[in-house]
Design a protein around this ligand. Structure first.
Ligand code: ZN
Ligand code: ZN
Length: 348
């Protein structure tokens, strides 16, 4: 089959690889209909995360049809249309029982193989899904496939951010980074009853997308935007900042804009070794800082049903739709934000 594989930093290639096969009775094989390139795929792509084996099939956002199941799979049959979260989970360990499916003791991330161990990803014609019963979710009918695919990561991660931030009705919320996760975080903050949401980014196409979704949008340094944030909060600063970038710079902006006693929730993947603020600064701000990987499987029970609503029609987050064989160009467009690229859909 054809699959997008990792060769080295900034070097991914669509190539022919062995077909995945059932390896345990609890596996399913999914024929991929749509896959997406995610901001976190850029971490290994750019060498910010290291250790990925050459030849790893990339990608953890996909939707497709079950084409084979092991004898232990009870919930899914050949022909079922499914969407997957970005990692597998068993549904029954201590962490899964508490909704922390992201930290399942048997969980694996799609698209991460290191020293021969791990799981190949979904930017491929077919993908093996271990623990299929507790990992996969039936794709909702009547919802566009590209929106359903987003529930497996981006939409759920946005909701996770708002949940970590404890957004309350009436809150003034700042979203740092208006990429796909940022837009979903802004929708989640509105859904939680935020009175106003500010979205910060530098790219005009992202700011336009944020405005379309009801945010007050601008650059972090924009004096007018800062003035309207001060006005909206009587000079206090944001009740909650949803940091959806995953960098020291974004964390610093979040720290500057959050009010005394406010919360910063980090929904972006972080790779840096230190905080962008000191313990003393955190103390002086009575700051709450929360972070971590989204438990997408658990959150999909909340986010998938929302996709039937008008404001959650998220197809506009995708700027590019490419064939699997064009994935290399897709990574380049996405990484360098060329041609107004906000998110790339790959169609095997
Ligand atoms: Zn992702
Ligand atoms: Zn588990």
């Amino acid at each position: 089959m054809r699959a997008v594989t990792f060769r080295s930093v900034r070097d991914v290639v669509t190539t022919s690889v062995a077909d995945p096969r059932l390896e345990t009775p609890f596996d399913a094989i999914v024929q991929v209909e749509l896959a997406a390139i995610c901001g976190s795929d850029l971490h290994p792509y750019l060498g910010r995360e290291v250790g990925l084996d050459v030849g790893t099939v990339l990608g953890h956002e996909f939707l497709g049809t079950v084409v084979a199941v092991g004898s232990g799979v009870a919930k899914f049959r050949v022909g079922d249309r499914v969407v997957s979260p970005f990692s597998t989970s068993c549904g029954s360990c201590w962490f899964c029982a508490r909704g922390l499916t992201a930290r399942c003791t048997a969980g694996q991330l799609f698209g991460w193989v290191q020293q021969g161990r791990g799981l190949h990803g979904g930017q491929a014609e077919r993908v093996r899904v271990p623990l299929a019963d507790s990992t996969l979710v039936a794709a909702p009918t009547g919802v566009p496939a590209e929106a359903a695919l987003l529930a497996g990561d981006v939409l759920s991660t946005g909701f996770f951010g708002a949940q970590l931030g404890g957004v309350q009705p009436g809150d003034v919320v700042v979203v740092v980074g208006a990429g796909p996760v940022g837009i979903c975080a802004l929708l989640a903050a509105q859904h939680a009853g935020a009175q106003a949401v500010f979205a910060l980014d530098l790219l005009p196409e992202r700011l336009a997308l944020a405005r379309r979704h009801g945010a007050i949008a601008g650059a972090a340094e924009d004096p007018e935007l800062r003035a309207s944030l001060r006005e909206a909060t009587h000079g206090r600063g944001a009740d909650v900042v949803l940091e959806c970038v995953g960098s020291a710079g974004a964390t610093r902006v979040a720290f500057e804009l959050v009010r005394l006693g406010g919360t910063i929730a980090a929904a972006g993947v972080h790779c840096e070794p230190q905080f962008a603020f000191s313990p003393g600064e955190a103390y002086d701000k009575n700051l709450t800082y929360r972070a971590g990987r989204c438990s997408a499987r658990a959150l999909m029970d909340t986010t998938l049903p929302l996709l039937a609503q008008e404001r959650f029609q998220l197809g506009a987050l995708f700027s590019h739709r490419l064939a699997l064989d064009e994935a290399r160009r897709g990574y380049e467009l996405f990484e360098r934000r060329l041609d107004g690229c906000t998110k790339v859909l790959l169609v095997p």
